[in-house]
Design a protein around this ligand. Structure first.
Ligand code: ASP
Length: 292
């Protein structure tokens, strides 16, 4: 049997019922795409980048095209990726003209000079390394526009962020996360999904985590890194996930969820929101399945 694993999420929050099946389908497709890479001996970094890019391209998720809109009715995207083998990381914040922010995060990681680039500077870097930019309008869907008009005075709401964590056949781990952030957020707000240690963390031998939920509390407890710290204590990965989410609620009243692979490739996930879409691929059969 192949010794590799993949877990992906399509965000924690509360969803309208009409999106449940498309989200579940989308998560399974992304998990399967990543699994194919792992089965063919590809790296955990390639697997998580691909899974997240597939989810960014799917407009039912709050990432890439289909992302939520900020208070100015604009898209501002955050993403990050981390390679557990080298502890290298790349991230982008508040970008407005990229279909796949995770691919830019990967290029920033590979270039190695910086970890996080934001806004217009990040987009200049994209142009310099040949990553195509697009108009903001291409990223805005009818659904999100309608929602913006309905919810102008509503509270910030999280939903539909995407992420992945993988363990490859060489024993390396990686994680990546991508989001449009919280609906109605202040322009310029950057959330946990762009911050290494908060929304994303990966370290070989210990584990890899991608988080989702209300970003500000997640940042305050550096949730991804705090979860990997629990894995080192040898805890069962499902239990580690549950305890990390319990801590988020207890310490900062946070609402969210996370997925993880531990240093041996075992998966875990937990959330304290009404729902979180998550999928994995069964290593014995190669068939994707949803997680509770
Ligand atoms: N964590 C994301 C943020 O605060 C939102 C989410 O996961 O839904 O930007």
């Amino acid at each position: 049997m192949i010794r590799a694993s993949i877990i992906v999420h399509g965000g924690a929050g509360k969803y309208s019922e009409d999106l449940r099946i498309p989200r579940e389908q989308g998560a399974k497709v992304a998990a399967l795409e990543a699994w194919r890479i792992l089965v063919n001996g590809g790296s955990a970094v390639d697997a998580v980048e691909t899974a997240v890019a597939v989810l960014e391209d799917d407009p039912v998720f709050n990432a890439g095209r289909g992302a939520v809109l900020n208070a100015d009715c604009q898209v501002e995207l955050d993403a990050s990726i981390m390679d557990g083998r080298t502890l290298r990381a790349g991230a982008v914040g508040a970008v407005k003209h990229l279909r796949n922010p995770v691919r830019l995060a990967r290029r920033i990681m590979e270039q190695g000079r910086h970890v996080l680039l934001v806004g217009a500077g990040a987009e200049r870097f994209a142009a310099a390394v040949g990553i195509p930019t697009c108009s903001s309008e291409e990223l805005i869907t009818e659904r999100q526009l309608q929602r913006w008009w309905q919810e102008r005075r509503a509270d910030l709401e999280a939903m539909g962020t995407v992420g992945a964590a993988a363990f490859d056949q060489q024993g390396h781990v990686a994680a990546a996360t991508s989001t449009g952030g919280m609906a109605q957020k202040h322009p310029g707000r950057v959330g946990d999904s762009a911050l290494v240690g908060c929304g994303t963390y990966a370290e070989d031998g210990r584990g890899a985590v991608s988080c989702t939920g209300h970003g500000e509390p997640i940042i305050r407890v550096t949730l991804a890194r705090a979860t990997v710290d629990r894995l080192e204590a040898g805890l069962d990965p499902m239990r580690a996930a549950q305890e990390a989410i319990a801590d988020l609620a207890r310490k900062v009243k946070g609402e969210g969820g996370l997925i993880l692979v531990d240093g041996q490739g075992r998966i875990g996930c937990a959330h304290n929101t009404p729902a979180m879409t998550a999928a994995t691929v069964d290593a014995a059969t190669g068939i994707p399945r949803l997680l509770p």
